[in-house]
Design a protein around this ligand. Structure first.
Ligand code: NAI
Ligand code: MG
Length: 335
């Protein structure tokens, strides 16, 4: 039995983590869940959104499955999601997007994996007022270092090599942000020389957004800075059926955190409408990480079978007529 920390999360978090743990159990995953608290629910109950016991559990067990956590907008505590990535230096945010059967989308044959730098860029939250009294002029700082760029770009190339992928596309805005994303591009060009068997290209982010909608099938592995990766990976989710169907991994050198790309969806919480598939795909990445890939493969087959044969049992966001629970049961029946 492998011990894995589980944070159920806020909003739809409890519904989708319940579904995922049921399916993993039915599939025979050898996991002993260690329950921990974080997010708005922890804040309301314990006065902190990230209790020390949660951090200690992650330090001890190294692997975490996390439901979405609510971050108050504008004021209140800082994002726990961002805090966890920084605390454990989870520098690679890996977000695959693949065309799924029976899901309506004008885009076919999408199969890309976005590597988003997870610790720097404009996302570090270093903001200040120029005029503290008036609050009518704000500034935000972006950080890019050679070292952090090297490790995420290398992770993308290593993944490409290990998974028989042909190409790495690096996305930047080096024409305007010449220092920060210019450095990222320079590092990428150097590392690409070490992988002569993998094709390398670079694209400016606005062109990338257009290309992803015009010809998404031309992308394979994509690597980019934090904010661009955040936006483009949601775009990629949209190409294959929306936020309800794409999982993600946040990997560091020691710890790994698996979560859905989407948030806590307060608009549908508690209504049985939440699609657990995104968190389920994240859990499949977790199973691969803890060397239980055969279990992951069986679940993936059951998900595909459910989509093809029992679409009505799926949730409404992907055109089904079912609920979180009917989908869960259908996947379990198909195992
Ligand atoms: P969201 O991803 O929660 O929701 C966006 C839209 O997608 C909503 O209409 C929602 O109903 C739908 N949706 C999301 N997941 C779904 C699912 N599994 N099944 C069916 N429909 C789904 O984004 P939003 O509304 O911007 O953020 C809500 C909260 O979540 C905020 O507090 C935000 O900070 C937090 N958040 C947390 C993340 C994390 O834990 N990693 C990531 C993104 C947002
Ligand atoms: Mg996002």
């Amino acid at each position: 039995m492998k011990k894995v920390v589980l944070i159920a999360g806020d909003g739809i978090g409890t519904e989708i983590t319940e579904s995922v743990t049921q399916i993993l159990k039915a599939a025979g995953a050898q996991i002993d869940w260690v329950h921990a608290k974080a997010g708005l629910s922890a804040y309301e109950e314990l006065g902190t959104p990230l209790p020390d016991e949660t951090i200690e559990a992650i330090e001890k067990h190294k692997v975490l499955l996390k439901g979405p956590l609510t971050t108050p907008v504008g004021t209140g505590f800082r994002s726990v999601n961002v805090a966890l990535r920084q605390k454990f230096d989870l520098y690679s945010n890996i977000r695959p997007a693949r065309t799924l059967p029976s899901i309506d989308s004008p885009f076919k044959q999408v199969d890309m994996v976005i590597f988003r730098e997870n610790t720097q860029g404009l996302y570090i939250g270093k903001e200040h007022w120029i005029d503290e009294a008036e609050k009518n002029h704000a500034e935000s700082i972006a950080v890019v270092t050679e070292k952090a760029s090297q490790r995420i770009i290398r992770a993308a190339f290593e993944y490409a090599q290990g998974h028989d992928r042909r190409k790495v596309s690096l996305v930047h805005k080096a024409n305007i942000l010449k220092f920060t994303t210019g450095l990222f591009l320079e590092v990428g060009r150097k590392i690409a020389l070490e992988y002569p068997n993998i094709e390398f290209e670079d694209l400016i982010v606005d062109n990338m957004a257009m290309q992803m909608v015009m010809r998404p099938e031309r992308f394979d592995v994509v690597v980019t800075t934090n904010l661009f990766g955040d936006i483009l990976s949601d775009l990629a989710s949209g190409l294959v059926g929306g936020l309800g169907v794409t999982g993600a991994a946040n990997m560091g050198d020691n710890e790994a955190m698996f979560e859905a790309v989407h948030g806590s969806a307060p608009d549908i919480a508690g209504q049985g409408k939440a699609n657990p598939m995104a968190l389920l795909f994240s859990a499949l990445m977790l199973l691969e990480h803890i060397e239980q890939k055969p279990v992951a493969n069986n679940i993936a087959k059951a998900i595909y079978k459910t989509l093809v044969e029992k679409k009505v049992y799926c949730t409404p966001d992907i055109g089904g007529k079912g609920t979180t629970q009917t989908f869960t049961q259908a996947v379990i029946d198909n195992l």
